[in-house]
Design a protein around this ligand. Structure first.
Ligand code: GLA
Length: 391
């Protein structure tokens, strides 16, 4: 579904639900992480892109203080008072919007409630940040409706906080930043220490294939939080043993990891290796892209996936199968899991001329092993989040 079709579908559903036009509609895309896995909360570097799928959030002022919020795919409604957003136990999709409202409350005056509906086309659990797309579209639309001035980095922090406190996932800033700063044809290069963001032209010689396994292994969010805790424990170790200041794994080089891993527990040492190696791979990757060395960049993507398998253990058999299949397909330059892991999608960098055939072969390899198809789509780096109110 194109973004314009998504907007039309959202408007139609909004009218059906509330019998009037929305005052504001915002769109926010999902993201694909291309290199730099679990580096964001370790103050490291990531190359990502907004994708051309996302979520539209449409909203109009309501008469009183009560808000109505409808999930456009389920056509289910949740009600709450505008001044008192609190996490809910059923219809938990509402928590992403409620969390964002809670983050905006101190910045504005919220006397009057709202009627809202959201609708998106990012498959849930695909590792392409459907939740960040919902949070960012909610934040943009509500900020506009309540005339709140808020810069994009603060918006990203509000989305992240909603995820932490209303959804229980201690994620970094990668997903909302990619959604807000994405631009058509551009990769987003983010330094999560300084929050400096650069855009790198993607070119047309290669394309991205995203292979969604539909696998979602149990306790995904718990496993994410555990990995983060392991990284924090490893940081504390390196703070003790290294002569220079360490505030995050970003400050530890691969050579230092090798020299001092023995003092860490076995598991924490392996966990720390992944973001440390990834950070160095992003630095190399940026250089290789600048030289036009796409094959060299692709090799770093394969190395990233191996590091996930060997050190971070955030891959799974379905993702491994697709990456192994990608290695054998002519024209595939690199492939790795994208996002948190434990299921979801792989991303592959493929020579443009080979993309259609590579997509077919990936689907075939998956179906041969699992009997069910996976979805492989060609993705272009897409536009970032924006207000799209018609008229
Ligand atoms: C998820 C999180 C991000 C990031 C990635 C892994 O997408 O939401 O903050 O940590 O996993 O790089």
């Amino acid at each position: 579904m194109q973004t314009s079709d998504l907007l039309q579908a959202t408007l139609t559903k909004f009218r059906d639900c509330y019998g009037r036009e929305p005052a504001v509609v915002a769109y926010a895309p999902g993201r694909v992480e291309i290199l730099g896995n679990h580096t964001d909360y370790n103050e490291g570097l990531v190359l990502s892109a907004a994708i051309d799928s996302g979520t539209c959030f449409a909203v109009a002022p309501a008469g009183g203080a009560t808000c109505r919020l409808t999930a456009g795919d389920l056509m289910r409604e949740v009600r709450f008072e505008v001044g008192r957003p609190a996490p809910v136990r059923s219809d938990t999709w509402a928590n992403y919007c409620l969390g964002v409202l809670a983050g905006l409350l101190p910045r504005g005056t919220f006397r009057q409630g709202f009627d809202a509906l959201f609708f998106g086309n990012i498959p849930q659990g695909s590792g392409l940040s459907s939740s960040a797309a919902l949070e960012v579209s909610t934040a943009l639309a509500l900020a506009r409706l309540y005339a709140i001035e808020v810069d994009p980095i603060s918006l990203a922090r509000i989305a992240q906080q909603a995820e932490h406190t209303f959804a229980g996932v201690k994620c970094g800033l990668l997903d909302p930043i990619s959604s807000l700063f994405g631009r058509a044809g551009m990769l987003v290069q983010t330094d999560f220490r300084t929050l400096e963001i650069a855009r790198v032209p993607f070119g047309s010689e290669a394309v991205l294939l995203i292979g969604n396994t539909h696998a979602k292994h149990a306790l995904v969010d718990g496993a994410y939080n555990e990995r983060r805790a392991d990284c924090e424990a490893a940081t504390a170790h390196f703070q003790r043993v290294l002569p220079h200041p360490v505030t995050a794994l970003r400050d530890v080089s691969w050579a230092e990891w090798e020299a001092h891993r023995a003092g860490l527990g076995e598991r924490a040492a392996r966990r720390a290796a992944h973001p440390i190696g990834e950070n160095e791979r992003v630095l190399q990757g940026v250089e290789r892209l600048a030289r036009g060395d796409r094959a060299g960049f692709g090799a770093l993507m394969f190395a990233s996936h191996e590091s996930s398998q060997r050190y971070f253990e955030n891959s799974c058999p379905e993702l491994d199968l697709l990456v192994a299949a990608a290695r054998r397909i002519p024209g595939v330059l690199g492939a790795r899991l994208t996002g948190g892991g434990f299921g979801g999608s792989i991303v592959a960098l493929v020579a443009a001329a080979a993309a259609a055939q590579a997509a077919r072969l990936l689907e075939q390899a998956y179906a041969e092993r699992y009997g069910t198809p996976c979805d492989v789509i060609e993705a272009q780096p897409g536009a970032g989040a924006q207000i799209v109110t018609p008229g």
